[in-house]
Design a protein around this ligand. Sequence first.
Ligand SMILES: [Cu+2]
Length: 97
Amino acid sequence: MTANVSNGPAPGEAVEIEAGDNFFEPEVVTLEAGEEVTIEITNSGRIPHDWTIDEPAVSTGVMQAGTVAHATFTVPAEDVKFVCTLHRGMEGTLRVG
Ligand SMILES: [Cu+2]
């Protein structure tokens, strides 16, 4: 599986996730297995965060406050937890239907 991560807003349709201090909103995003999805992450907090999943391996890397990044990848077959690797407990779930 491939993943593309870029800085800035998504060029087209995207699922938007906000990274606050220290939470994601929404915490649960429902997606369809096998679809190609673009997630747009906005760091709306005052400190750096990242958005990371393990399978497929996707990470925005450290995002400074006020920045936006987007990641495009194929939705896996099972639920995936997303986390901020900088803050334990800052996490959410990609729920795969
Ligand atoms: Cu964080």
